[in-house]
Design a protein. Sequence first.
Length: 202
Amino acid sequence: MALSLLDIDLADSELHENLLRMNTCILAYAGLCQAPSGYPDDENPKAPMSAMVQDLVKNCLDHPTIRDEVYLQLIKSTTSHPEPDSSTILKLWKLLSIVCWICLPSQLVYDYLRAHLRNYAYGNSSSFSKRKKEREFARYALKAVQRTHSNGGRKQPPSVDEMVAVTLMTPMYAKFNFLDGQSRSIMFDPATTTTEVLGNFF
């Protein structure tokens, strides 16, 4: 893609190149092109291209303009894909879900994001009949948006375990063993706060 979806200053060559690199990361995650150079080989097949995804999310956390651009690219890419519920489109929905759990875009893009997710999650168009898995991810991503909006965005990219859980749309669990012999298992998600975790113990 030669141009950003945002109205950016093309004279800022560093920003422009970074935006294009993030777009290449999105396409690579979907299996549509080669990943940019500099990322290690995958070690966990359950979280493909995990280092690249972490780098993309870190750029979103560090640069609001890149964050908005990534969201716009993902909204565009998950809209009316010609191959419903295909491997390619589901990968894009998985990536969108990962980003939704970590940080949210500016208010203008946020409104577009929520409208997009609501449309796919609960829209009545007959065209959604072949997009059952996409609708599941839309509902899941909408939940992620609500949780992230409620608890505030994160400061760190997701771990590999978090990416695995998000792409499977499953919660995570942790078991705590105490000195008195008791144990407690808690369920959490990437937007869980310390207060929420402690609330499970008291």
